[in-house]
Design a protein around this ligand. Structure first.
Ligand code: MF3
Ligand code: CO
Length: 253
C-alpha cells in the first residue's frame, strides 16, 4: 500500500536524512587506499549514534535475504552493485566504492548512497560514477506531483546511456519502514504508472554497469549483489519527498 506522508512526518524524515547525509560525508572523507571496510562501518555506527539516530540496515531481514543484515553500511566495491557486506577487505588504489547508509529517527527512515573513487581511478571509472549521479539528478527532477512513476524511470534510463541498468533492481517507498511500496524502477515509459502525489516519499537509486550488461547475481554471503561478468558498477541514492513545490531531497547535508 502506498502511504502519503504529512508535512510533520516529512520533517522527521528530514532529520533522519540529515544524519544519513552527515554519515556519508564522514565516511567518504575517510575513504583511501589501505582502509578496511569494517573500519568505515564502525565510523558510520559512531556517527549515527552521535546524532541520536539508529541504523536502519543493521539486523534488517527483508524477503530477499536469508540472514539479518550484519552491517550499518552497505559497502559495494567495483563489480559489487549494492548490498556489499563490510568485511576486513582493504580498499585499493583505483577501486570504486558505493557507500549506502540508512538511519531512523522516531521510527522514520532516511536512505542514501554515493559512489566514490578510491585514490586514482581511471577515466572510465570516473565517467561511470559521474553518470550515476546525473541519473539520480534526472530521476529526482522527474519526481513531481502530477507526474507518473514512469517519468522517473524514463529519466533515469535516458541518463544512464550507454551503460547497463541492473535488471529488477530499483528504488522504493520509504517511511516507517525502510522498504515500502511503491517500487521505483530505474527504467520506464514517460506518462505511465503510479500517479505521483504530494506526500509520496521515495528512495530513488539508479545503478549503472560498465559495458552495458544488466545481469546480476547474489554472492554466497546472501547479500552482496554483483554483476555476472565482473564489470564495475556504480550506485547513488537519495530519499526524496514529493511536495507541492516539487521534489525535496531529504538526505542532503
Ligand atoms: N539502499 C539499499 C536498498 O534500498 C539499502 C539496503 S539495506 C540492507 O536496497 F539492509 F538491505 F542491506
Ligand atoms: Co534504498
Amino acid at each position: 500500500m502506498v502511504v502519503l506522508r504529512t508535512t510533520s512526518e516529512i520533517e522527521t524524515m528530514r532529520e533522519a536524512g540529515r544524519v544519513v547525509a552527515r554519515t556519508l560525508d564522514a565516511v567518504a572523507a575517510e575513504v583511501r587506499p589501505g582502509v578496511r571496510l569494517v573500519d568505515l562501518d564502525a565510523l558510520a555506527a559512531d556517527t549515527i549514534a552521535a546524532h541520536g539516530a539508529k541504523p536502519s540496515f543493521l539486523g534488517y531481514l527483508p524477503r530477499f535475504a536469508g540472514t539479518p543484515y550484519p552491517g550499518v553500511l552497505c559497502l559495494s566495491v567495483n563489480e559489487a552493485i549494492v548490498h556489499g557486506v563490510p568485511d576486513k577487505r582493504v580498499l585499493r588504489d583505483g577501486d570504486i566504492l558505493s557507500i549506502d547508509c540508512g538511519a531512523h529517527v522516531d521510527g522514520y527512515h532516511g536512505d542514501a548512497a554515493v559512489t566514490v573513487p578510491v585514490g586514482a581511478v581511471d577515466a572510465a571509472g570516473l565517467q561511470l560514477i559521474e553518470t550515476v549521479f546525473a541519473a539520480l539528478a534526472a530521476g529526482i527532477a522527474a519526481a513531481r506531483p502530477g507526474g507518473r512513476m514512469g517519468d522517473i524511470g524514463y529519466a533515469i534510463e535516458a541518463a544512464c546511456r550507454p551503460y547497463g541498468i541492473p535488471h529488477g533492481w530499483g528504488g522504493h517507498g520509504i517511511g516507517t519502514a525502510m522498504h515500502d511500496d511503491p517500487h521505483v524502477p530505474n527504467t520506464g515509459k514517460a506518462g505511465r504508472g503510479l500517479a505521483l502525489r504530494e506526500g509520496l516519499v521515495i528512495a530513488i537509486e539508479p545503478m549503472v554497469i560498465e559495458g552495458g550488461g544488466d545481469r546480476t547475481r547474489a554472492l554466497r554471503d546472501g547479500w552482496t549483489i554483483t554483476t555476472t561478468d565482473g564489470s564495475r558498477a556504480a550506485h547513488a541514492e537519495h530519499t526524496v519527498a514529493i511536495t507541492a513545490d516539487g521534489p525535496v531531497v531529504l538526505t542532503r547535508s
